[in-house]
Write a protein that binds this ligand. Structure first.
Ligand SMILES: [Zn+2]
Ligand SMILES: [Zn+2]
Length: 464
């Protein structure tokens, strides 16, 4: 009997954490952070299972909603083995160190505020520290290549396939014997779309008896990638020609490298003459270095360039590390392109750049990622006349562009096409999505493939 229980990304997108029991073995797939809309406190709650009994932790990829609680897992007594691809391990390290730093800063601010109203006790210690993260990477990890089989126990074998979502991302295939019949259970992790700009797209999955499928964009289809690239280029060219500046709020991982790749192409074609381009994010700079380290994971055009030069770097690009350097960028009055985080403008250096440039009608803000409700980014996208940034009211006069086609997630069509080649699928469970989106996706799956899809509920076990 195989039993799976979800302790995150069940009827919601974030907090991925699925516990699988095969005979006496316990395998945890992902251990991510809950993010946004009131979910953050959940990260501090104890895990709903006995952490010390987990034999293996398998990580699908290095986004925080899949790895963000791993240091807490270790702190709480996890002593099992960790399995992930090499790039996932490397990226996880920079993401978790950055996360620990942010948790510490947040804690200090909350503590200061609480002290003023005499409520210091109510503030919990940071979820984990940099020390906890370092300890995690001092442990022995197994870092297989795609399709390299790892034996976990008697008749239990795991292998990873390329999920085409971010560098190193994987879907997890677990083969076991149940009453002398071979059975394959697959966890999709996050699956990338068919059309990717710099990464190879997801491998085809041919075999699964039971599949746990992400459903983030189960309700919609994205705009074609090429159309979005053209929109992005046009927005930059128009702004630069009018002597304006372009601000691009961007996620450090994947999106920034895609933007740099397009800008590199524009530079080669002479479309960025006398333009200053700033990458103002130490985390994105580190992530970009890791993209260069594993060219084999990139599409051929990017990989070929990696052999000759750095595909994400070119003459006009300046990388900004220190706070002082970041402030210096404000002196650049025209023809500047500034890429900075956070991607949703809810913190980070982008806040300062917006404060200095959002009010000027010559400038443009280009959003290349989804803006969650309640974030500053969303307010600007929604067309608010003015916004508050660090206590100052800033008028929104810059032109706002929203480019929708750069998603790292498969859309409805891609998800259905990804499961179509799977022969004799016996059970399909939807995870990593909002309920309304899962409902739409399951209707489409039923209509197109005649397969029944079930929604995984938090803490409710399924067996097969
Ligand atoms: Zn992801
Ligand atoms: Zn995810």
């Amino acid at each position: 009997m195989v039993q799976v229980t979800s302790y995150g990304a069940a009827e919601t997108v974030t907090g991925s954490c699925h516990l699988m029991k095969i005979n006496s073995m316990r395998i945890l797939i992902d251990c991510g952070m809950f993010q946004g809309n009131g979910g953050v406190e959940k990260n501090y709650e104890p895990f709903g299972f006995d952490v010390s009994k987990i034999d293996y932790l398998i990580l699908t990829h290095a986004h925080l909603d899949h790895i963000g609680r791993v240091p807490k897992l270790l702190k709480d007594g996890f002593r099992g083995k960790i399995i992930a691809t090499k790039p996932t391990k490397d990226i996880a390290k920079i993401m978790l160190l950055d996360s620990a730093k942010l948790l510490k800063e947040e804690y200090k601010i909350l503590k200061r505020k609480a002290r003023r109203c005499g409520d210091e006790e109510s503030i919990s210690e940071p979820l984990y520290s940099e020390k906890n993260v370092k300890e995690l990477f001092e442990r022995k990890w197994k870092t297989p290549e795609y399709y390299q089989e790892i034996k976990l126990g008697h008749h239990i074998v795991v292998s990873l396939g390329n999920a085409g979502h971010i560098m190193g991302s994987a879907f997890v295939m677990i083969d076991s014997m149940q009453e002398n019949i071979p059975r394959r259970t697959v966890f999709s992790g996050d699956i990338g779309g068919k059309e990717r700009l710099i990464l190879d797209s997801a491998d085809t999955l041919y075999k699964a008896d039971t599949l746990f499928l992400e459903s983030t964009y189960g309700d919609r289809n994205h705009k074609p990638l090429q159309e979005s690239i053209q929109e992005f280029k046009d927005a930059i060219i128009t702004t630069i020609q009018n002597n304006g500046n372009v601000i691009i709020p961007s996620f450090a991982l994947e999106r920034t490298q895609e933007i740099l790749w397009i800008l590199h192409e524009m530079y080669d074609e002479g479309e960025l003459k006398n333009c200053h381009i700033f990458l103002d994010s130490p985390l994105a700079i580190k992530a970009t270095k890791l993209y260069n380290k594993y060219p084999i994971h990139l599409i051929e055009a990017v990989e070929q360039r990696t052999n000759i030069q750095d595909p994400f770097s070119f003459e006009y690009l300046q990388t900004i590390q220190t706070r002082d350097e970041s402030i210096m960028v404000n002196k650049c009055k025209e023809k500047a392109i500034i890429i900075a985080g956070s991607g949703m403008c809810n913190g980070g250096r982008i806040m300062h750049h917006l404060k200095h440039r959002l009010w000027d009608e010559k400038n443009a803000i280009i959003f290349v990622g989804y803006q969650v409700e309640g974030t500053l980014g969303r307010k600007i996208v929604d067309g608010e006349k003015s916004v508050k940034i660090y206590g100052e009211e800033i008028v929104c006069k810059a032109k706002v562009y929203t480019i929708n086609g750069f998603s790292a997630h498969a859309d409805q069509h891609d998800l259905i096409e990804w499961i179509r080649p799977v022969k004799n699928l016996k059970q399909l469970y939807l995870i990593h999505g909002e309920i309304s989106k899962m409902d739409i996706l399951s209707q489409e799956i039923k209509a197109k493939l005649n397969i029944e899809a079930h929604k995984m509920e938090y803490g409710v076990s399924v067996g097969f």
